[in-house]
Design a protein around this ligand. Sequence first.
Ligand code: 5AD
Ligand code: SF4
Length: 443
Amino acid sequence: MSKVRPRSYYLRSFGCQMNEHDSERIAGLLEEMGFAPTAAPEDADLLVYNTCSIREKADTRLAGHLGTARRLKREKPSRLVVVAGCLAQSRRDEFFVDFPFVDVLVGPQSLHELPSLLEERLSDGVRVGAFAETTTRWSAELPRVKMSGPCAWVQVVAGCSNFCTYCIVPSVRGPEASRSAANIMAEVVALADRGVREITLLGQNVNAYGREPSFAGTESFADLLRTACRVRGIERIRFMTSHPKDMSHGLVDVIAAPNQVCEHVHLPVQSGSDRILGAMNRRYDRAAYVDLVGRLHRSVPDLALTTDLIVGFPGETEEDFQETLSLVEECRFDGAFTFIYSPRRGTAAAAMPGRPEADVAEDRMTRLVEVVQRLGRERNEAMIGRTVEVMVERASKHAAGEVMGRTRGHKPVNFPSAAAPGDLVLVELLEATSTSFRGWEAR
Ligand code: 5AD
Ligand code: SF4
């Protein structure tokens, strides 16, 4: 093992927003240690893969990247390979055996230990890992790389205590823990001072903020949003993900009020069948969900509602699937992330019988996506001709002289403009797809 200190790093993320948020902190820690980022793994002395374990697809993608890492390490043995995140936590026992070229493993609750793990690896030559089960140090409090753009994530809840039967998150990220409101607000103020205009409060179950028995504060999630509205410079506030069972009246009121909280709720429903919702341990039924959606639409007229849906859950019949399709029609979602059920080791659903065959699940997925896209297009076409507030995020990737921004409902709009990132512009919507718009600046 060479003791030459590596100087450049390559970082690749595989997961959700929480995983991306953790990656900003991994980058911050490494840059504080004197590493510089590189865009290509071939140019890096340190390769870091921040992994996800939520579905099997993420494992498969990682395997390909680790193949590259093995080759690069063979070419230059002083290179270090770090696997961070959820898969490092959930597969720690096999990782060093299956991937002997990995130097450091670090779970999502132990990111702050990365610098000392790297030092240890370099000085003692042993392969090392850290895997705290619960959140004791907030990754939000670790250094963060300089962000580009006007938007930033702010973590408010870590972990999850819900144990939906398909989900590995509670066993990997530990029980729900809410960050203190004072701490969160200090971060929001600091972000506003650095030019951030939009924040997204982040947690696996954000609207359960402050509900765990060990929480030292008294604030609810609605209180937290109201306090964030008082921070000068913050023009827009978003949050995700919300659980339907924790959607309080107070929270609906804050979304409806004329303030910076955007009229967008991401509210995963997962299935339209009561039998499947029960087997998933979601703790609401179809009627309660539809009721909640009705209440949201009545209180917040311009609401954009998005969801997550799973097909192919163990025991799902064609009738159950039809109920998912009819629920999607009934709720008229603006958009949905759709997933084929993927068994995760150690979860209750992994032991349940009656998982539909792969071709059946794929066929249901295709039919579901068709409905989701049609409804998205219809909802967006109904907005053509309207003039809406758009926050510019960046120059367009497709056309010179154009920018990409988002509506308050989080829908992307491309339009010709000289406006800068962070500017709020009134835009007339001219054309729509199922997920985005084209427009021009209203004069
Ligand atoms: N299989 C398929 N989808 C899953 N999700 C979580 N766990 C699984 C799984 N085992 C989906 C859910 C959740 C989203 C983040 O990922 O829809 O809301
Ligand atoms: Fe997983 Fe359910 Fe928690 Fe979401 S609410 S992270 S799906 S256990």
